[in-house]
Design a protein around this ligand. Sequence first.
Ligand code: PXG
Length: 454
Amino acid sequence: MPFPDAASDPDLQALATGHPERTDAFWMPFTANRQFKKTPRLLASAEGMYYRSVDGREILDGTGGLWCVNAGHANPRIVQAIQQQAATLDFAPTFQMGHPLPFILAERLAAIAPDPLKHVFFTNSGSESVDTALKIALAYHRARGEGQRTRLIGREKGYHGVGFGGISVGGMVNNRKFFGAMLPGVDHLRHTLDLQRNAFSRGLPQHGAELAEDLERLVQLHDASTIAAVIIEPISGSAGVVLPPEGYLKRIREICDKHGILLIFDEVITGFGRVGKAFAAQRFGVTPDLISTAKGLTNGAVPMGAVFASKAIHDAFMHGPEGAIELFHGYTYSGHPLACAAALATLDVYESEGLFEKAIELGPYWEQAIHSLKGLPNVVDIRNFGLVGAVELAARPEGVGQRGYEVFNRCYFEQNLMVRCTGDVIAMSPPLILNKEHIDRIFDRLAATIRATA
Ligand code: PXG
């Protein structure tokens, strides 16, 4: 395997062994910087299901990087497409100019998106996709003469990235409380996590569809005529894998329809095969008006996001003089050539390797394997759907998140396994190329770590 020889590279050695003078300049995102820099967890290379750490260990990737490497690492088709594109057309503007790739890519994406979401707006990240979807929703109502619909509804525990729009509709308190007043006119539905009634459910929980009626409550409070859109993740990822109760999403859709409110699914995590279809909308049989995506779109290899809009939304903008710009929104890198090339190759891999079906094929085995951890010390819930899983641990009396962090850190250093921790929830979302042996390995290693952690 083409891994660099970390042992003989003094630079890598210095970084790996916690030399603060070498790690100080990089202010790391969503990281306990001072703790990390004492004992860094540094990855040097990756291939297939594995990372290689700078100290030369093979680390099994239980999280698809950060929920994005759905086709596995360093797929040769994707690597080659990026390399070739960089040498052919490195950059071209898409404001009043163009190049062929985003047109070709949008057509390919529209073909796998649910009807009628056949128009695609490109961004560079999930956060930008969320803000783009929210802005399209507001501008859509205005274009139709309902500009008083300005209110946006999110949900407790929701994660929609880190832009001001995303944190405003988001519902994770630490992502909000430091950053001022945020957008005005936002309200939140209650979340659907209910350990008392639903702990250790296999797949979707049975209890909680009635929580969708919370939307009716907000309509009563604010009046439907002031509400532009509701944004929810079909499955919340960052909050620790919160699943929609049976029937919940359908009911949210019905209430939106009844009141002329747009429904946005944030599928940054659930998109591109995570739950056994291209999109969770298709797996759950509920069609939103807008879908925000990123991550798996390019297999994480080049940053890119995309917003899918229904024909009705898109067409509402296509009025007025032909020479008028219809939507005053976009990014320098919307439809970047390298990202498009990566996405096109990624879609080829998803298709030729049947990866969108993998979560259906392996889902039952994954479910069986993760639920075998029931009964281990401190395990208070296990949640799964498609190839997503979460093991929730009891918080230590000293503080929320400490036990979760220790399990995550020990998995990495002692078991050569990469998982995510959010609070005391251990979350997993492996590359979709995995097989049953990988699943066994993930849960054997996690179980050993949980047993060893007081
Ligand atoms: N929406 C959703 C649903 C997400 O999960 C974003 C938006 C923002 O995407 P960007 O590309 O701007 O980061 C996300 C991102 C975790 C974790 O461990 C999850 C995300 C990012 C980092 C960590 O749970 N999701």
